[in-house]
Design a protein around this ligand. Sequence first.
Ligand SMILES: *Cc1c(COP(=O)(O)O)cnc(C)c1O
Length: 421
Amino acid sequence: MRYSFKEAVIKGLAPDNGLFFPVSIPNLGDDFFKRLPTLSLPEIGFEVARHFVGDDISDADLQKITEEVLNFPIPVVPIEEGVNTLELFHGPTCAFKDVGARFMSRCLSAFAKQDQEVVTILVATSGDTGSAVANGFLGVAGVNVIILYPAGKVSKIQEQQLTTMGQNITALEVDGTFDDCQALVKTAFGDNDLNAKLNLTSANSINIARLLPQSFYYFYAWAQLQPTTKKVVFSVPSGNYGNLTGGLLAKQMGLPIDSFIAAANTNKVVPDYLNTGEYEPKASVQTISNAMDVGAPSNFARMMELYQENHASIIKDVKGAWFSDEQTQVAILDVYNRSNYILDPHGAVGYLGLKKYLNKENEVGVFLETAHPAKFKDTVEKVLHTEISVPSYLQECLGKEKKSILISKDFLDFKSFLLLK
Ligand SMILES: *Cc1c(COP(=O)(O)O)cnc(C)c1O
């Protein structure tokens, strides 16, 4: 079955519960790559997105969307020789998910306007997704957002961000794990009663409108590294593998990235697959890089689609690595001591992945820093024995009253909540 960009964004998941994916990936062409080092981030976003959005959003509107969405810096910052970080945390919730969530929210709001319909967005979050999505949609007319998060398994700041927004945003605290939250959302999309009553849309990294913009900043990072004669390598700290899939898409569009490192914590089913050829989803385990505590990554299917389900071809482009909490802590301390740079636990996993494979002689490396270290203040301060400052807009929500609704991981509980809403 084929769907338009608009249909795929609104539906979130295909009727058979499969993931939407472009029928073909366009090559952006020599002219684009020649101009790339001179383009701004919003310009890159616009030129890339146009190929996928087609006529569903006019060029003028799409240009406005990318300018509004990409209005914060995404700099490449040198850490040590050959090792750079791409700081993706300068958005409103200090995490890379701002990019995808903001792009998706503005696409959906454009479509809601075209169709004059109210949409209900279900988001399962292991931490940062919910706040980025809710922030992107806060106060947007015609859109209700319901966030499901695992009770006691997100950081204090994350929980405050999720539960203090109000307005059109509702937070459900689920007595279970992130995988339970994700399962509830998936089941809801397949439920006839719910679909008859509500216009359900997903905002997880499975939504194509969140995935696509996650390719923009790979182009922008590559542009910032020019001129270089070295091969470019990206290391991506990963959970659901949406961020990495964004990079793989960019490569497929012609961006000369030599290889990727899929860097994980002890939830290592993808590194295991890359190293052995066997894919065995598991229950997730808790780590200090909790936004990557995913045992059955939803974008794995898309990664495989890009490589025709072929293990031999994917391992030419993607190497796997995983690291324990202890190794992550050592990396945070080590980089602070040597480079005076504060990593968050997720970025630290990316850093370790890059260090494991980077050949400085002919490669230049970039690891993605996916969150501001202040979002994981307790963990980072315990390692560094020093206080880290919290950006004022993160600080603000700490003083507000938490509002959440407790539910069990039983689908019927969730369903009755939605039907009564
Ligand atoms: C979500 C998240 C990740 C994992 O990204 P995926 O696209 O799910 O692989 C990594 N770091 C942080 C801080 C996150 O919020």
